[in-house]
Design a protein around this ligand. Structure first.
Ligand code: TNX
Length: 528
């Protein structure tokens, strides 16, 4: 028996693991530079994670690294302080990269060193390292519980400061747990902003203490009718702090003055007299909730038609309302932005729309935030700190630029994650385009319009509208693999990007997603 055991042991220790050289690897987003060296680092239970600096945030990224390695390999690494061989060293050494969010990753036989001037850089270095681990969890163990990581160095930093995704929690509601899961999945691709669309015609999703009916009435609906849902302020804070632990900034959006039927469901006093499309209107039984009748309040909108609602832009109560909402949300939001929506306000006259947006913008600044808005807001006078999100009209984006504002690039025809992949996709819409993976990948923010230049661009965001998206599996299907493509546009230099190479690299990600049980779209353009 002993002999047999020894033979098995010897067989497994002698078995050679293949190491893919670091420059032939599948890192997404592709780094600024990668240089291969011969040899490899052996990751095993004897490897320690060493903190060369010890502020709280480094401890946090070390814990994150430890649990990721555990997830993929089953190894349980110790986090320690002293520098020794067989270590993954995390160092907040500013010298490594002049870029705020940059990092360097050097892998040799004895040591892996991730150095960055700031904790977020360490986190991004960890994301890159995670993609070099040749195991995906489950049964995919290395031989003898050893995992070979190819030697070499990576120098990396992002092209754009804002790399975002948007989740529409209004058309359908997603729980705190689902939002956290999404945060984890997008952090892998170095996304650093999650924009939450928290209100729309069909639902109001964030508790506002000074206007409680927004959630009790306005939150209890969704596309197709149904119970909807909302985040309490505690829930929202939990999302914000979880996102912070993944270096993701939450950008809250309250869409106004249009897309506000859910507020009008709750408070008739805000209604200038709009009506809900008859076919999709559902009466609200206020008596059942123990509430008095509000004859000016609107019925629920259970359809997906847009553009019929507006706040009463003439009424002082409206401005009290938006100030309360902006204040309560801003107080819970550490990030610099508050998104005021501003899109598709088709029943607000331009003469009313413009002063409304200007007032909303100044309330946002009063509470210490920068104002973000869909590209239509550029009709108003923007502050130089405001940002217009280009989704439909380049002329609006250019108007914003002419006013000294920056633009966030989200062209519906390229970056909308709710657009169907092709005519057979069972979810999503196609009013802007069908967006296959190559379409999502093969564009650049600086090549859309001559007047939108690099210096005008804050970053790139991929929105997921959820009229047709109901479950978390639906989210995954529309987001992956396209978000990986958008993330590469936002992070990697244009010169490093290449569709054929991306098509090759995404295969490895598909394997990991498969092992994780992710419901991603197997694009026929990729040999999965
Ligand atoms: C347009 S994009 C909208 C949303 C819809 C989306 C559906 C934008 C600023 N407004 O209200 O959900 O199309 O694709």
């Amino acid at each position: 028996l002993l002999l047999v055991l020894m033979a098995i042991l010897c067989f497994s220790c002698g078995k050679k693991q293949e190491v893919v050289p670091i420059d032939k690897h599948s890192i997404i987003p592709v780094p600024v530079s990668v240089a291969a060296e011969s040899g490899s680092f052996t990751l095993s239970n004897k490897t320690t994670i060493v903190l060369q600096s010890d502020p709280a945030q480094v401890q946090m990224v070390a814990e994150y690294l430890k649990s990721s390695i555990g997830e993929f390999t089953g190894l349980d690494l110790v986090i320690g302080q002293d520098d020794k061989d067989n270590a993954i060293v995390l160092s907040l050494d500013g010298g490594a990269s002049p870029h705020e969010e940059g990092y360097s990753l050097s892998i040799s036989d004895k040591k892996i060193l991730i150095a960055a001037p700031a904790p977020e850089g360490l986190f991004y270095g960890i994301q890159t390292l995670k993609q070099l681990i040749p195991a995906h969890g489950g049964s995919a163990k290395g031989s003898n519980n050893q995992f070979l990581i190819p030697s070499g160095t990576v120098q990396d930093h992002p092209e754009y400061a804002y790399r975002g995704m948007m989740l529409d929690a209004a058309r359908h509601f997603f729980t705190v747990e689902e939002v956290k899961k999404l945060i984890d999945q997008i952090a892998v691709y170095k996304i650093n902003h999650l924009h939450l669309h928290l209100s729309d015609d069909q639902g109001w999703r964030i508790e506002i203490k000074s206007w409680p009916l927004l959630t009790t009435i306005g939150g209890a609906n969704q596309v197709g009718g149904g119970k909807g849902g909302f985040y309490t302020q505690e829930d929202y804070k939990e999302i914000v702090s979880y996102a912070q632990s993944r270096f993701i900034t939450i950008v809250p959006e309250i869409d106004m003055p249009g897309h506000t039927n859910s507020a009008l469901n709750a408070y008739g006093i805000l209604n200038p007299g709009i009506t809900v499309p008859e076919k999709t209107a559902v009466a609200i039984d206020r008596k059942a909730l123990g509430l008095e009748d509000d004859p000016d309040a609107t019925p629920y909108h259970t359809g997906i038609e847009v553009g019929f609602s507006t706040l009463d832009t003439d009424s002082p109560v409206t401005y009290k309302f938006i100030e309360d909402v902006i204040r309560e949300i801003s107080e819970m939001t550490p990030g610099p932005y508050f998104h005021i929506g501003g899109d598709e306000s088709h029943v607000t006259e331009m003469k009313d729309y413009i002063p409304f947006i200007e007032k909303a913008q100044s309330i946002v600044s009063k509470y210490g935030k920068k104002s973000l808005g869909w590209d239509e807001v550029a009709h108003a006078k923007l502050l130089p700190t405001s940002v217009a999100q280009y989704w439909a009209k380049a002329e609006n984006a250019i108007l914003a630029i002419e006013q000294g504002a920056q633009v966030l690039i989200s062209p519906a025809v390229k970056a909308y994650l709710d657009m169907q992949y092709d005519s057979t996709t069972h979810l999503g819409l196609h009013w802007a385009a069908y967006i296959e993976l190559d379409e999502a990948y093969n564009w650049d923010p600086t090549e859309l319009e001559e007047q939108i230049r690099r210096e005008n661009i804050l970053g790139v965001e991929a929105p997921l509208w959820t009229e047709t998206i109901i479950t978390y599996a639906d989210i995954e299907y529309m987001v992956f693999p396209r978000l990986a493509a958008i993330a590469e546009i936002a992070w990697s230099p244009k010169s490093a990007r290449n569709w054929e190479d991306f098509r090759r690299r995404i295969v490895w990600h598909g394997q990991r997603w498969e092992a994780q049980g992710k419901n991603f779209y197997r694009s026929p353009m990729v040999e999965w």
